[in-house]
Design a protein around this ligand. Sequence first.
Ligand code: ZN
Length: 156
Amino acid sequence: MAQKWIEKTEGIVRADFAYWVGKYMDKFYDGLEKQKIVGNKCPSCNKVYVPPRKVCGDCAATIPLDGEWLDLGTKGTLLNFTATRYSVSERRKKKSEKTTIIGLIQVDGSDTAVIYPILDAQEQDMKIGMKLDVVWNKKQQGTPNDIKGFKVAGGA
Ligand SMILES: [Zn+2]
């Protein structure tokens, strides 16, 4: 007589992992670790990328790793935004009482945009084109989370 063992378990498996982001993003994250936002410039059409890219999205030229890198400072312009009561990174979470403003931000001196929360801001006060300052997290680790978000320039 054959025995058949069946075991069923439900739960969440946590699987930590690490992967290499490549030489271009490595340089970008090294910059964040020093509280600098760096971008790279296309040698053909002069478009400045933040985050940096290896191939220009406009003219398809290869941007050399040892090409022109720019320290762009920590200011930007709000290109667009949305207000949400749902978490961006944790899809299982339920709707919260707190509204989060997520901005599409063009770092000054770049031709692209990054997406970060706009901190301590009210939806009704947001205006496309307003100036923003980066807010760094307390501990820099060379990750996208080194930037906590942006705040309205001149704001509290
Ligand atoms: Zn180009």
